[in-house]
Design a protein around this ligand. Structure first.
Ligand code: SF4
Ligand code: SF4
Ligand code: FES
Length: 957
């Protein structure tokens, strides 16, 4: 095992199509025009010394270490800032440049701590460069002016500054800084936050976080780009300082959001030392956010449950048992329940946090072992409308582009998504494209960072009233049709013309005009018109959307409205355009692909399809049910009705993540055998009879599929702490139930998936290990996958326009509940917080707060930071208020990361008409001053996470 080392080419790649040939140290090299001499040399295998350049940011030319000589040109130009030219003859190691380099390095080293641990441990590019240029002695000593020692000859050194240790994950030591500004440029160019600056002049220069505050209090978002860029150890991970340098590494995939960033897990033995974003990762190209980069400490958290546990009644204390006892108990209970109540009385829930292979096994267990289709997934509560809407219009249930496509977009539309918080690495990509000149339309009730942040400003922010997406999207279509902005050639060639005409006459109806929609949505008609014109005529236009579109009673209608807009304007089927759902969890796409829904086998094939059933019946040796099974809400309803009695929940906390907590609790409480498998005793486990320990992404092999349909490898870097990876647990359970499963590695599960699922036919671990990742469909027609879909035609044949009549949600504001609550994520936390709350990320977001507009706060006598009661017709909770005009009057907003808040106590049972995706984004509420937490919240806070138990519904006797 060794460290995965990536080459740094010194400057970014040029995108030019024109090629240039030159000679470097006698070697001929051909590269795209615009390439730097430094990069051309590296591509020819020649490493030019450098300090202030890397291939993630534009060259700056400050350190002068990279100079070269060029035949026929005077002087010694910097190779990082000098572009190649046809016929150049470049020399990188002449005596002259070698001598200059040694002199430069000597000056740098004279002001560098002699006892720098980073140098000693081999974590310092500067030390490596000193050796490379042949520096053997430093003639100037360290007694003169320097940044290194607090006192010189007993006097306070005016240049010395204390290290900044405020960030929980990295330290900044000014004494080691050479002011190369790589960190400043990485923060600006890669991350797009512009939090860092160079303060002072000349010898006084220092790196300062914005407003000269400590890193922790600054605008810094802790993405780690600065630490990664720093060549000196001035910025360094605290984990490396504490644990020492890594000994080996493996490339794996982040287990947080749907961007699916690739990381090198850098290890000492079985201990993670740091996670370094992988430049060859095709989703992130070497960038990361605070979650994937730093928030992995939960894997070792003391709260992890490492032994299976059983209890007869949920009021009993837990009893640790062996794995064998647990499997035998579950199998006996599930078989008893089926014997007593019928085959359909049990079911399973797959997890979008687990691998494709694990998800596949859970649905297989339900279909083959339970003999029914009662399997559903947490994707139900986020992106099921995407599946439905895109399948109806385009024929396939996935986003149309790869992330790189955004580099070709001229207009970017963000609807109901907050990428800089929820999909941060892609958020940075969007910001970069905006800085390059793309135009931006944001449709969101809240003023997200993309609406206005350093160097980014939306051209139009359509701050619509929650629940009116469909009205606004259809009004955009009204403008496009009524003003003759339809791409008729595209529509005639690629779409069903009759259906288009029907749709066009529908959108032209007066109730869909911007003026009419202004009344329901609050968005000025002129702004709707201007945004529609920009989308239709601004060049390549791409739509990205999130849960602010799907989690509505008309979620599926809104997805279809988006698909209609792209078809009508011809913005589909090439780079730079498309319809792109930003998936919430790491494997939402994969869990849907793997047949987690009660009506679909893997690959979105309906259970009633005889040919598909025949494939699995032949392989699994059982007769399969042709009737769709129960969705999660139906399972809970059936449990309350007494007909559904047992459930296997892998890696989900439905009590916290599903709407109407009391109803979920009532359903769980009515069951006789609830099996929960997770890393921690989650809220759902309060109602469990069996708890099975889960494994983290570091403890198993597998694959995740990200928002761009990219199948990425997850690689095991440590043994499962509980003894088994999640796929092994499901297999053992299946064996206990009498099934003949004998997988010895997840690659065999993928082979079965590929053999039975046309869109995965070409996928194998061998392929993924060879090419890195592929986007499905990956089969005979597309052996290396499909970055952009619907290029020459829609998957379903002709694109299908769908009518999208706006129907207001039944969730209405009124005198009792006059405000609309909408919810979302924050950068540092992730979903129900089970992982991120167990890391230092909680320092940024220790509790959920309620954003409320100053007018609404004033009307209620609420001050910033006050406790407020948030009440709806389903429940109430208490949290602190933050007064801000990010939300419009009449709208309040909160996150749902902390169980002590339980935002879903107030959300309702309304859901999408087509898929049952809950309407999280619209709840009528009242906000009033409060003295503090409610009783149940106080109980919660008083107990440790392991011992607490909140009762939302009494269990059945
Ligand atoms: S902290 Fe590191 S990257 Fe930033 S200027 Fe100093 S040496 Fe360069
Ligand atoms: S953007 Fe998403 S996938 Fe990437 S590091 Fe952050 S949480 Fe992980
Ligand atoms: S690397 Fe070229 S000037 Fe610093």
């Amino acid at each position: 095992m060794c460290l995965v080392n990536e080459i740094d080419y010194g400057t970014p790649a040029s995108k030019s199509d024109r090629m240039v040939t030159l000679a470097i140290d006698g070697r001929e090299v051909t590269v795209p025009e615009g390439t730097s001499i430094m990069r051309a040399a590296r591509e020819a295998g020649i490493e030019v010394p450098k300090l202030c350049a890397n291939d993630m940011v534009k060259a700056f030319g400050s350190c002068r270490l990279c100079l070269v000589e060029i035949d026929g040109r005077a002087g010694t130009p910097a190779s990082c800032t000098t572009p190649v030219a046809e016929g150049l003859k470049v020399f990188t190691t002449t005596e002259r440049v070698n001598a200059i380099r040694r002199g430069i390095m000597e000056l740098y080293m004279s002001d560098h701590p002699a006892d720098c641990p980073a140098c000693a441990e081999g974590d310092c590019e500067m030390a490596r460069m000193a050796e490379k240029v042949g520096l053997t002695e430093i003639r100037y000593g360290r007694d003169g002016e320097n940044h290194v020692v607090p006192r010189i000859h007993g006097d306070v050194n005016p240049h010395f500054r204390e290290p900044d240790l405020s960030n929980p994950y990295f330290a900044y030591d000014p004494a080691k800084c050479i002011v190369c500004s790589l960190c400043v440029r990485a923060c600006a160019e890669v991350q797009g936050t512009f939090a860092l600056t160079v303060e002072g002049r000349g010898f006084e220069s220092r790196i300062a976080a914005s407003m000269n505050t400590p890193f922790f209090d600054s605008e810094c978002v802790s993405c780690g780009a600065c630490v990664q860029a720093c060549p000196t150890g001035a910025l360094r991970e605290k984990s490396v300082i504490e644990k020492g340098m890594p000994e080996w590494s493996a490339v794996t995939t982040c287990a947080y959001c749907g961007v699916g960033c690739s990381f090198k897990a850098e290890m000492r033995g079985e201990e993670v030392v740091r996670m370094v974003p992988y430049k060859d990762g095709k989703a992130n190209h070497g960038h990361s956010c605070v979650k994937g980069r730093f928030a992995w400490g939960y894997t070792n958290h003391k709260d992890r449950i490492l032994n299976p546990m059983i209890r007869e009644k949920v009021t009993d204390p837990w009893r640790e048992v062996t794995w064998e006892e647990a499997f035998a108990h579950i199998a006996k209970e599930f078989r008893r329940i089926q014997y007593q109540y019928g085959r359909g009385a049990i079911g399973g829930i797959t997890s979008s946090r687990c691998t494709n292979e694990e998800t596949y096994l859970v649905q297989k267990l339900v279909r083959q072992g339970f003999g029914n289709n009662n399997v559903d997934t947490c994707a139900r509560v986020c992106h099921s409308p995407t599946g439905y809407g895109l399948r109806m219009t385009y024929g396939t249930s996935a986003g149309t582009q790869d992330f790189d496509s955004v580099d070709y977009s001229d207009v970017i539309v963000i609807i109901g998504a907050n990428p800089t918080d929820a999909h941060p690495v892609f958020g940075s990509r969007i910001k970069k494209r905006i800085r390059e000149g793309a135009r931006l339309i944001v449709i969101d009730p809240r003023r997200t960072d993309l609406v206005r942040s350093p160097h980014v400003k939306a051209d139009y922010h359509l701050a619509l009233r929650p629940g009116t997406n469909v009205a606004v999207l259809t009004a955009l279509a009204h403008v496009i049709v009524s003003e003759g902005l339809v791409n008729e050639a595209f529509v005639r060639e690629r779409c069903d013309w009759d259906e288009f005409q029907d749709w066009a006459s529908f959108v032209l109806q007066p109730e869909n005009s911007p003026e009419a929609v202004e009344k329901v949505s609050g968005v000025p008609a002129e702004m709707i018109r201007a945004a529609a014109r920009l989308y239709a005529t601004g060049g390549n236009a791409a739509i990205y959307y999130g849960l602010g579109v799907t989690e509505h009673s008309q979620g599926s209608t809104a997805v279809m409205a988006i698909a209609n807009l792209a078809m009508a304007t011809g913005n589909i089927g090439r780079p730079g355009v498309g319809v792109n759902p930003l998936r919430g969890q790491n494997n939402v796409q994969g869990s849907c692909d793997m047949g987690s829904f009660p009506h679909e086998f893997p690959g979105y094939r309906h259970v009633s399809d005889d040919a598909t059933r025949a494939i699995y019946e032949a392989l699994w040796g059982v007769k399969l049910d042709s009737e769709p099974g129960l969705r999660i809400p139906n399972m809970l309803d059936a449990a309350v009705d007494g007909t559904f009695k047992g459930i296997y929940i892998q890696g989900e906390d439905i009590l916290q993540s599903d709407p109407n907590t009391k109803h979920v609790a009532a359903g769980l409480a009515a069951m006789e055998c609830v099996v929960v498998q997770d890393l921690f005793l989650n809220e759902t486990a309060n109602y469990a009879h069996v708890f099975l320990p889960g494994s983290t992404f570091l403890e198993k092999d597998g694959t995740f599929t990200n928002a761009e349909r990219r199948i990425n490898r997850v690689r095991k870097v440590m043994e499962p702490k509980s003894g088994y990876a999640d796929w092994e647990v499901t297999q053992k359970l299946a064996q206990a139930m009498g099934l003949d499963w004998n997988y010895t590695h997840p690659s065999q599960i993928m082979d079965e998936i590929a053999a039975t699922t046309p869109s995965f036919a070409g996928v194998s671990y061998e392929l993924l290990d060879r090419v890195g990742s592929v986007q499905w469909p990956c089969n005979e027609k597309a052996p290396l996958g499909t970055p952009v879909m619907h290029v020459n035609g829609f998957v379903r044949g002709k694109g299908r326009f769908m009518r999208t009549a706006y129907v207001a949600t039944d969730e209405k504001v009124g005198p009792r509940f006059p405000l609309l609550l909408t919810t979302g994520r924050i950068l540092s936390q992730y979903n129900v917080g089970a992982q991120t709350r167990r890391t230092a990320n909680s320092m940024w977001h220790p509790e959920d707060v309620l954003e409320i507009h100053p007018h609404d706060a004033e009307d209620r006598g609420i001050r910033d930071g006050d406790y407020v009661k948030l009440a709806s017709r389903t429940g109430e909770t208490t949290l602190r208020a933050r007064i801000t005009d990010r939300v419009a009057p009449g709208v309040v907003y909160t996150t749902f990361h902390h169980p002590a808040t339980q935002a879903n106590v107030v959300t309702t049972e309304y859901s999408d008409w087509a898929t049952n995706c809950p309407e999280y984004k619209v709840t009528a509420v009242q906000v009033s001053p409060s003295n503090g937490p409610t009783d149940w919240q106080r109980d919660y806070r008083e107990h440790t996470e392991k011992s607490r138990r909140i009762i939302y519904a009494e269990p059945a006797e």
